[in-house]
Structures are given as C-alpha cells and as structure tokens.
Ligand binder design. Structure first.
Ligand SMILES: *[C@@H]1O[C@H](CO)[C@@H](O)[C@H](O)[C@H]1NC(C)=O
Ligand SMILES: *[C@@H]1O[C@H](CO)[C@@H](O)[C@H](O)[C@H]1NC(C)=O
Ligand SMILES: *[C@@H]1O[C@H](CO)[C@@H](O)[C@H](O)[C@H]1NC(C)=O
Ligand SMILES: *[C@@H]1O[C@H](CO)[C@@H](O)[C@H](O)[C@H]1NC(C)=O
Ligand SMILES: *[C@@H]1O[C@H](CO)[C@@H](O)[C@H](O)[C@H]1NC(C)=O
Length: 235
C-alpha cells in the first residue's frame, strides 16, 4: 500500500487527472458484489503512470479546445475489449444501477485554492450503448443524432462527499462527516462516484458499453477526459 502515500506529497499545483478506477452494482445506495474495471486497466502499482489511464482531448500539443472528427472516444488501450489480468469486466443485470468510481485527485479538495481561476471540478456525462462500434469517434458518440447511444447521466464531477484525505478545509470537513464504509482500495480516501441506470430491456449475454466523459475547464482552455468500459449482462 506504500504507493498510495505518494499522493499526499505531491505539490498542490500538480493535479493528477482522473479516470474510472472501479465500477460496482449499486443497490439501495450500497456498493455490492465484485468490482468491474475499465478496458485496458492498469492498477495503481508502484510502476503505474498517470498516462496509463488518462486520455485527454484534445491531446497535448494540439490546438486547444478543438476536438477533431477523427478523435476516438477511447484511449488506444481501450479501443477493444481489452480486459487485463485482475481487472475483469463488470457483470450486472438489465435495469441495475451502476456506480462508476474515480478519485478526485485534488480537483475537489484543492480546486478552491487554485487562486483566482474560478475553476470548478467540472461535469461528467455518461453515455451508453448496447451497440458499440469499436471505431466510435468522440463526436459520433456524443452526437444527439446518434441513434445507438443514449445519455444516461449528466452530473457534477464533485459528488458532494468525496475527498482525498489531505489538510485542506474541504477535505477535513468531509472527513469529519458520517460516511459509507471505505473500500479497501480507497484506504483513507473516499472516492467520488456517479451512478447510472442500465436500460431494462438488455438480454443476458449482451454487452453494454459505457463512456465516462469528464469535461474539465482549465484557465482559458477546455479539456475532456474519457474512460471506456463495458458491462456484461447476466441473468
Ligand atoms: C491492453 O491494455 C494494456 C494496459 O493498458 C496495454 O498495455 C495494451 O497495449 C492493451 N492492448 C491492446 C490490444 O490495446
Ligand atoms: C472570478 O470570479 C470573480 C467573481 O465572479 C470575478 O470577479 C473574477 O474576475 C473572476 N476571475 C477570473 C480569472 O475569471
Ligand atoms: C467549459 O467552458 C465552455 C466555454 O466557455 C463552456 O461552454 C462549458 O460549459 C464549460 N464546461 C464546464 C464543465 O465548466
Ligand atoms: C446495431 O446497429 C445495427 C446497424 O449498425 C442495427 O442493424 C442493429 O439493429 C443494432 N442493434 C441494436 C441492439 O441496437
Ligand atoms: C436516427 O433515427 C431517425 C428517426 O428514425 C432517422 O431519421 C435518422 O436518419 C437516424 N440517424 C442516423 C444517423 O441514422
């Protein structure tokens, strides 16, 4: 667990970015069952690099704020059903609620301190499809004209509860509140979550794809981060 500690000593101006780290079936407000993971998942082992799991659009070095028609919705390791060792796909039933969990990495607890920038931690949109084309571009998935994708949720990145355990007033306050039991993977932090409701008419054996899309505006630029994952529909 030593690698977890690294986060507390990062300079405050450097924010690691965020991605979906776990997905769970969420019943009556509780996390249940075994977790599922994103495609191409790399766990936070000591050799883990942020770039293993972060996919930013537009990428560094490109014209800011401009997503191109050919930009893929998923990072390259997530463009196939590439489930890595110890990071299997989530199994769930049609109509289940699914909780997608991610760490705030300072985008909630330290954002107020990012002096004068008026930043917020941004917005998350979760789009789903029972009918994925692996060639999906960002623009086609997000298009309201796409008859095969549906927007399942639009919500704030900050779920109102989550925190990295640090010394900021917001984190200290949230640490002091009554809260759900932490998962082992969370340690002393409380991860953020956004829940979505799976369509009721899926059939056992179907694969339903979820795109987690985070809109995060910096100072004078707009960034989008995505995570791609699937749900295997069971009886
Ligand atoms: C699958 O994911 C792993 C970890 O992200 C990556 O190293 C590998 O290249 C991916 N494979 C494919 C075919 O995308
Ligand atoms: C931040 O918001 C305040 C209050 O609305 C405003 O006065 C200030 O100019 C804004 N700063 C930036 C950098 O946009
Ligand atoms: C980001 O900035 C754009 C342009 O100013 C704005 O339309 C959009 O709502 C902002 N998004 C978020 C999540 O703040
Ligand atoms: C998936 O898309 C194809 C067309 O690309 C369509 O024929 C098929 O009915 C769709 N399946 C579902 C489950 O929507
Ligand atoms: C989506 O469905 C509508 C209504 O059936 C149809 O008019 C439209 O052409 C479809 N869009 C695409 C991109 O296939």
């Amino acid at each position: 667990m030593m690698f977890k500690q690294i986060w507390f000593f990062l300079p405050t101006a450097v924010f690691a970015h965020s991605w979906v780290e776990r997905a769970y079936v969420f019943k009556d407000g509780s996390i249940t069952g075994d977790p599922g993971y994103p495609r191409g998942n790399v766990l936070r082992t000591p050799t883990f690099l942020d770039q293993d799991m972060t996919y930013r659009l537009p990428p560094t070095g490109r014209t800011p704020n401009k997503i191109l028609p050919e930009d893929h919705i998923c990072m390259s390791s997530q463009r196939s059903h590439n489930y890595t060792e110890d990071s299997p796909v989530l199994s769930a039933r049609a109509g289940d609620d699914i909780l997608l969990m991610y760490q705030e990495n300072g985008h909630v607890t330290r954002i107020d301190q990012d002096a004068g920038h008026n930043r917020t931690s941004g917005t998350i949109m979760v789009v789903g499809t029972p009918n994925e084309s692996l060639a999906n571009s960002f623009q086609s998935v997000m298009s309201p004209m796409n008859n095969y994708t549906e927007t399942l949720k639009v919500g704030s990145f900050d779920d109102g509860l989550c925190y990295q355990a640090n010394e900021t007033p917001k984190s200290r306050y949230r640490q002091s509140l009554p809260q759900r039991a932490h998962l082992d993977s969370e340690g002393i932090n409380l991860w953020c979550g956004i829940s979505v409701h799976l369509p009721p008419l899926l059939e056992p054996g179907d694969t339903y794809t979820l795109y987690w899309v985070w809109f995060f505006n910096g100072t004078g630029f707009e960034e989008v981060y995505t995570t791609c994952l699937d749900v295997k529909i069971i009886m």
